[in-house]
Design a binder for this molecule. Sequence first.
Ligand code: TRP
Length: 379
Amino acid sequence: MTKESDKVTPWKVSGDLDYEKLIKKFGIRELDENMLKEIEKFTGELHFMLRRKVFFASRDLKWLLDKYKKKEKFFLYTGCGPSGPLHLGHLQTWIFTKWLQDKFDVDLWFQFTDDEKFLFKDKSYEEIQKWTYENMLDVIALGFNPKKTHFLVDTKHANLMYPEAIKIAKKINFSTIKAVFGLTDQANIGQIFYTSMQAVPAILPSVLAKKNIPCLIPLGIDQDAHFRVSRDVMPKLGFYKPAIIHGVFLPPLQGINGKMSTSNEGSAILTTDSPKEVERKIKKYAFSGGGTTLEEHKKKGGNPDIDVSFQYLKMMFEPDDEKLKKIEQDYRSGKLSTGELKEYTIKKINAFLKQHQIKREKAKKKVKKFLKSTKFSFE
Ligand code: TRP
């Protein structure tokens, strides 16, 4: 591993993001037109996040689809690290995951890594439990099918997970973990072990069913590291390697590089933000690709490629290709001003959040169901 690749690990993302470079470095496959056609054969249409390369790369996806064609259904697996309030970037992966669940009519195993966040953040165990619950509400609000969605909380389902985690851990050595994740000798020993916990849900349904079931993991590209390490282990334990589909990061408010993060107020829009708060953040922080003055903008036009508001529309909030194209053209030509683009983006985000927050309230009554279905499936 070169030093550069350490810039995109599960716990650190910095520097200019070059996704093409990451494809080569991580040895993953670009989601090219052929692969998109393969997906479309099964789904009948392509989610806009696929059309626009928000999900842009994969591992073993063709293999997974071939199995599906032969009536060997897969399950989906993704997760959430509960260390604070969630932001729009988190939801991006899960909105796409829900689409996959609906289109392929498959089960989803959803992991809450309370152990990870306790080990990696300077927060108490109790606080992490509070966020686990809060984050579950956001996940449920996205509308996952409760009959087919199984929540796993690492410390709560330790009885199920730990036997598999130690089998994985025994086949990974310390020097690999240090190299891949950039951990040093000062890392606490829980951190060194953690990757084996994140690997478990990729095989757990197979363990419970006592037969191999293919697995597809939608994730943000920074999470690939866990599976670069653990995928090699799976066949040694008699399981399939999980397939993966990789997403880009939703950019932070301040600029198109890096990823949205809750640690910095000028970076993230939270799922619980009020309409006023969203408006304030977009107006104050959202990096603009427009001209420095309105006059200059009208003359020379703006650059949507580096404009954060435009990127939010493209990646999440304007599914309509025609509308997006028009916004892009008008912004490039200068006909649409930064102020107008921001107003439109605020309106779109707030319309989404309004619904989300209503569903989030209703989710409070559903948490048990999602946890119970996990119990149910291992009876
Ligand atoms: N580690 C992830 C995070 O910090 C959470 C996670 C657990 C996850 N399992 C996953 C993400 C599988 C993607 C796929 O957010």
